[in-house]
Write a new protein. Sequence first.
Lengths: 116, 110
Amino acid sequence: EAGVAQSPRYKIIEKRQSVAFWCNPISGHATLYWYQQILGQGPKLLIQFQNNGVVDDSQLPKDRFSAERLKGVDSTLKIQPAKLEDSAVYLCASSISGTAISYEQYFGPGTRLTVT
Amino acid sequence: AQRVTQPEKLLSVFKGAPVELKCNYSYSGSPELFWYVQYSRQRLQLLLRHISRESIKGFTADLNKGETSFHLKKPFAQEEDSAMYYCALYSGGSNYKLTFGKGTLLTVNP
């Protein structure tokens, strides 16, 4: 089966600019996650969708970050305006469901964002 | 709040030597723990989960609730085991999410 797709793979922007990332999960996966991975850290969950509804966005900086998952398939994550500390790899993952029994997250290749 | 600690950022061993990557957790509920691995230029992927009690690529991990640990072990390391390893804690309840440790970079030298 095809894996999780993400684009772009790399992005360089100046601070205060806006940027958007796109994710296409594995077909049939109801749960979609966006993670932020800062250099030297483990992935940190930003937002979790179950179909097109938000399950958890407690660590999403909502003053500048937004995400949507229209129609419960693809998702976009946007940053506006970007700050230097947003430089990180943004990972998208999907799973069949969010429950423990079938809980394996499949990760995309990530988007490396550099804010200058 | 849940927390995962991987005390070693870097771990270097020789081929054929035993390897143990440490993971400690803090969680008030009943934990479910995982090890994820990222090989060079590859995606992050699941290595094993404690609930399955399986051995993958020769690696095993035992959940020790008394010591709140979930260390990853392999008796004889191979060069292809060189990778970044992340321990992750799953918190159930209303928020099904993974909390990752900072990771340990394992290098297996020939």
